[in-house]
Design a protein around this ligand. Structure first.
Ligand SMILES: C[S@@+](CC[C@H](N)C(=O)[O-])C[C@H]1O[C@@H](n2cnc3c(N)ncnc32)[C@H](O)[C@@H]1O
Length: 285
């Protein structure tokens, strides 16, 4: 069982499911005509169920895997590919969810999502792979998605929903005084796909303060670093994908921003549909 999440966990899944239904409605028309196969790829599949709250006040949310597998109207996907790094969760997903869908073609793979995004990208470029259209759900709990993995999806027939840990991840590594450990800098570089200097220049400014013994250079973290990291990530996504949505903003109970949720695509209509859904959920936040 996965343990995380607030109300936004449910909203995020509802957004995905609503989009998946719209996607399948549109794709249904083309799949028959052009012989396309529809693949659903979940890079952070989880155990199938999400435990929310504490021991006294607990709620169990049905995870995205089952919600997507339950879609039969207007049509189901032709294949489902679920990646989960933790073996216990992958096993639980098979036992509690996947086994009940023997009539569907499902793979559960116990490995790292980045690895599987790379192999999916290689596959989509092959003769057989070119027949596939993909809806991907990239739902990490932290900064596990390497920028290189998103580069691998560039120019492919993939619509991907990506959860970006702006508040939960990036902002927490950006220490106020700019003294970030080498390990954290490396994490930021791999995650943002940017070199250290560019990251520091973007998130920090330097001022010169006169002191008794001469001028001192003081490093200051820019205001609104979470929003800045969301803008940066969106700008970077736009360098890879033709169409990038506005974000659905996920906040915790104290109204702090935890994540930004984007959809990327190379199809204009896809962005319009996704933006309409996102707007609806942002205004009901
Ligand atoms: C936010 S949860 C996913 C919840 C799931 N999407 C759902 O709706 O139930 C993130 C999951 O990703 C798994 N995970 C963490 N790092 C991973 C990685 N590098 N590759 C694949 N899975 C990973 C975690 O074990 C966890 O189950």
């Amino acid at each position: 069982m996965n343990k995380f999440g607030g109300d936004w966990t449910e909203a995020k899944i509802e957004i995905l499911v609503e989009y998946a239904k719209a996607y399948l409605t549109i794709m249904d028309k083309f799949a028959d005509r052009f012989g396309w196969k529809l693949l659903y790829f979940d890079g952070f599949a989880g155990s199938g169920f999400i435990k929310k709250g504490n021991d006294e006040n607990q709620k169990i949310i049905i995870g995205a895997t089952k919600r997507i597998l339950d879609i039969d109207e207007p049509r189901p996907f032709d294949r489902y590919y679920f990646v989960e790094k933790e073996i216990e969760k992958a096993d639980e997903l098979i036992e509690k969810v996947v086994q009940n869908y023997n009539h569907k073609t499902i793979n559960v793979v116990n490995t790292d999502c980045n690895e599987k995004i790379q192999s999916m990208s290689e596959f989509l470029k092959t003769q057989k792979g070119k027949k596939y259209r993909v809806l991907a759900y990239i739902d990490p709990c932290g900064m596990q998605v390497n920028w290189k993995s998103l580069i691998a999806l560039q120019e492919l027939k993939v619509d991907a929903w990506i959860l970006v840990p702006t508040g939960m991840g990036v902002n927490r590594l950006l220490k106020k005084d700019g003294r970030i450990s080498d390990a954290w800098i490396m994490r930021l570089e791999t995650f943002l796909g940017m070199p250290k200097k560019e990251i520091l220049d973007y998130f920090y400014s330097q001022t010169i303060v006169p002191t008794l013994f001469g001028d001192e250079v003081v490093t200051n973290k820019e205001e609104k670093a979470i929003e800045r990291s969301a803008e940066l990530y969106q700008k970077r996504l736009k360098e890879l994908f033709t169409f990038v949505t506005n974000p659905y903003i996920l906040k915790n109970k104290s109204n702090s921003i935890m994540f930004h949720f984007y959809m990327v695509s190379n199809n204009k209509t896809a962005r319009k549909i996704a933006n309409d859904i996102i707007e609806k959920y942002n205004t009901s936040n």
